[in-house]
Design a protein around this ligand. Structure first.
Ligand code: AMP
Ligand code: ZN
Ligand code: FE
Ligand code: FE
Length: 286
């Protein structure tokens, strides 16, 4: 049986592999297909797509957007994004600008706590254009302010941390419409990372389905077997497709392996075939 990975991050956002390295890693792992789904940027997609051609692995252009709900952030994945995605690019540029402002304020807070990091250092650390807390966390580790990334989030960057600042994010409806309007397959990412009232999740998914949501990411590194089952059940009841991926971030999440997650995850190629069948029914290219 062949396997796929439809949720990964590169240096373009908060992963540590270059887009080409990530695709090479997916091919070396024997995967049949991989999607690159960096946060708030499409800048790694061309490099990854070219690498996929060289390595003979199927590639999906993707992206992950953070959105606001009454239960905290929920993430939305776009898959099969078109090469020309101007409406999305414009919105992403605005979101990244807000990220940069937030990063500057987080660095100011750290400075008042006696930890000096410049925006130049941060940009150098990040390499890519979508810069955020994981890059600041990596610098805190490098500077010896904390022993590891977990501590960086707990003491400084996570909610409740001393340099925490919330991120301005999209409304979920807008995120779904933006990507569905471009002909992407839109999937609700890892819905079960935090406890949610089941009725709320179902109502949320229905709201988003009305805006063009077409799948649920049932298979994810941090989903238990019970979570997977409940996602599969919800998707079946609401006639939605399924997606799945590791959420690979390279060395920033060192225990997550491409196509394997923390060990048990395997996303069969059938999942991709089912998503493609849904796209064909809608007259969308795949
Ligand atoms: P940002 O988009 O800048 O708010 O950063 C969010 C990212 O930080 C998430 O995608 C996670 O990868 C990472 N993150 C959040 N909390 C933690 C944590 N406690 N430990 C490690 N990484 C985290
Ligand atoms: Zn990430
Ligand atoms: Fe996510
Ligand atoms: Fe992710």
């Amino acid at each position: 049986m062949r396997f796929i990975d439809l949720h990964t991050h590169s240096q373009a956002s908060d992963g540590t592999d270059s887009p080409a390295q990530l695709v090479a890693g997916a091919a070396a792992a024997g995967l049949a297909a991989v999607a690159l789904t960096d946060h708030d940027t499409l800048s790694g997609l061309d490099e990854a797509e070219a690498a996929a051609q060289r390595h003979g692995i199927e590639f999906l252009r993707g992206c992950e957007l953070s959105t606001r709900t009454e239960y905290g952030e929920m993430h939305i994945l776009g898959l099969w994004l078109p090469r020309q995605a101007d409406a999305l690019e414009q919105r992403l540029a605005d979101i990244r600008h807000k990220r940069d402002n937030r990063n500057a304020h987080i660095l100011e807070k750290l400075a008042t706590l006696g930890i000096s990091i410049s925006m130049d250092e941060l940009q150098h650390e990040a390499q890519g254009e979508s810069v955020g807390r994981p890059h600041i966390a990596a610098l805190l580790v490098k500077k010896g302010a904390v022993p590891d990334m977990e501590t960086a989030f707990r003491e400084y960057l996570g909610s409740g941390g001393r340099a925490y600042l919330p991120k301005e994010v999209l409304e979920p409806e807008e995120a779904v419409r933006l990507m569905a309007g471009l002909g992407a397959t839109v999937s609700l990412a890892h819905p079960c990372l935090k406890p949610l009232p089941p009725d709320w999740l179902e109502a949320f998914v229905l709201r988003l389905k009305a805006c063009g949501l077409s799948a649920i990411e049932a298979y994810h590194s941090e989903h238990s077997d019970a979570a997977i089952r409940s996602c599969v059940d919800l998707a079946r009841r609401l006639d939605l497709g399924l997606s799945g991926g590791s959420d690979h971030h390279g060395r920033n999440k060192p225990r997550i392996r491409l196509g394997h997650g923390y060990g048990g995850l395997r996303v069969p190629l059938d999942i991709l075939e089912d998503l493609k069948a849904r796209r064909r029914q809608q007259g969308l290219p795949c």
